[in-house]
Design a protein around this ligand. Structure first.
Ligand code: FMN
Length: 201
């Protein structure tokens, strides 16, 4: 049975442009996978805590030596990771806010970056340990940044995901959403591209 993990990160909830594109993707995926499982991780409604020293120490601790508080922290991170590992596909709505990804998305990523669990450093550099998943990023922006040096959203996402082994990443861009008539044209193009992505599954 196919599993899709949907990460929601628009501060506007289901009204966000990235959320609406993601809903379209999920709808079509469900039509193609009527018995597939959809798992939703809504990091706006249910924020992931920011990393701090306590959480880092817990995540770096050895099993069997942990306090109850550390067990809870590791258990929580394990749950986030298990959702990723169980998924065949991951769809992430990624808005651009103040030149970066939503601040709520960063701690979700931070909890997935675990030495010895999701990546290892070898003599040849880092090796990601999560394999065999497709990730679809639905990138929404008020302006136009695609393939420009000022794009700190999608290159960052690709870098991070690749670091933990998620190298099969497709990006659908909806740009210029604050640029008058351009918005509808851009959204239409994004809808068409994501329809093709689901059709090609
Ligand atoms: C707080 C905030 C900051 C934003 N910063 C940027 C920005 O730096 N560059 C940009 O092109 N658009 C920016 N925008 C526009 C958003 O990228 C655009 O509204 C997009 O639709 C957001 O995705 P969402 O609707 O899924 O939340 C910003 C919007 C908000 C609300």
């Amino acid at each position: 049975m196919a599993t899709l993990l949907h990460i929601k990160s628009s501060i506007f909830g289901d009204a966000g442009q990235s959320a609406q594109l993601a809903a379209r993707y999920v709808d079509q995926w469900q039509q193609k996978n009527p018995v597939g499982e959809l798992v939703v991780r809504d990091i706006i409604a249910d924020p992931v805590p920011h990393l701090d020293a306590e959480r880092m120490q817990a995540l770096g601790s050895d099993a069997g030596t942990r306090t109850a508080a550390q067990e809870a922290i590791v258990g929580y991170a394990d749950t986030l990771l298990a959702e990723v590992k169980a998924a065949d596909q991951i769809v992430i709505g990624v808005p651009l806010y103040n030149f970066g990804v939503p601040s709520q998305l960063k701690p979700w990523l931070d909890h997935l970056a675990r030495a010895g669990v999701t990546f290892n450093y070898t003599e040849n550099g880092p090796v990601g340990l999560i394999e065999g998943k497709k990730v679809v990023l639905l990138a929404t922006r008020g302006g136009m940044y695609r393939d420009q040096g000022a794009d700190y959203q999608i290159p960052f996402m690709r870098q991070f995901l690749g670091f933990i082994g998620l190298t099969d990443v497709e990006v659908v861009y909806a740009e210029g959403l604050a640029m008058g008539d351009h918005a509808e044209q851009s959204l239409n193009q994004a809808r068409g591209e994501l329809d093709q992505l689901v059709a090609a599954l």
